[in-house]
Design a protein around this ligand. Structure first.
Ligand code: NI
Length: 169
C-alpha cells in the first residue's frame, strides 16, 4: 500500500470524465487499497480515483461511523434521489475551501464492490452527500462549481484539520 499524491485545484484532470472499470484486476485492487490509505491519512470522507490521477470510475467513502466499514464503489450509479439537504462541504482536492451546497437528502446507489458483486446502497445524510460528491468527480464535476453563492470560506490548513476532527466526533 502507498499514499498517493492528491491532484488539487487547477489540475485539468479533475475536469475529465472517468472511464468504467471493466476488469477488477490486481492493479485496480492495489489502487483501491492506496485510495483507502490516502483518504484515511488525510481524514477525508471520500476519494475518487481521478483525485489520485487515475481516470477510472472508482470511489472510496468512509463516514467514520462505529462499526461501519469504508465503502468501495466501482462504476457507481445513483439510481434514485429524494429530498434535499443544505450542508457544508469540502474536498481533498480543494484543501482550504469549504462552502454550503444543496444535495439530495437520500440516495439509492448501485455499484460493484471489490469482489465484482453488485451492491445497492440506501444512503441518507452524510453518506448520501458523499456519494453525490464522489460520483460528481467521476463526471469531471467539482463541488465549488455548485455551491450556494456567497458561502465559500477559504481557511487555513489548521482550521481545515479542526473541521475534519469535528466531523469525526
Ligand atoms: Ni472531492
Amino acid at each position: 500500500m502507498a499514499i498517493r499524491i492528491i491532484r488539487e485545484e487547477g489540475d485539468e484532470i479533475l475536469k475529465k470524465k472517468s472511464r468504467e472499470v471493466e476488469n477488477i484486476d490486481e492493479k485496480v485492487l492495489e489502487l483501491i487499497q492506496d485510495m483507502l490509505e490516502t483518504m484515511h491519512k488525510l481524514n477525508g470522507v471520500g476519494l475518487a480515483a481521478v483525485q489520485v490521477g487515475v481516470l477510472k470510475r472508482i470511489v472510496v467513502i468512509d463516514i467514520y461511523e462505529e462499526g461501519v466499514e469504508p465503502y468501495i464503489l466501482i462504476n457507481p450509479e445513483i439510481i434514485k434521489t429524494k429530498g434535499e439537504q443544505t450542508v457544508e462541504e469540502g474536498c481533498l482536492s480543494f484543501p482550504n475551501k469549504f462552502a454550503k451546497i444543496v444535495r439530495p437528502k437520500e440516495v439509492i446507489a448501485r455499484a460493484l464492490n471489490e469482489k465484482g458483486e453488485q451492491i445497492e446502497i440506501k444512503a441518507k445524510d452524510l453518506l448520501a452527500q458523499a456519494i453525490c460528491h464522489e460520483v460528481d468527480h467521476l463526471n469531471g464535476e467539482v463541488f465549488v462549481d455548485k455551491i450556494i453563492p456567497g458561502t465559500l470560506e477559504i481557511i487555513t490548513a489548521e482550521q481545515t484539520n479542526e473541521k475534519k476532527e469535528d466531523r469525526k466526533k
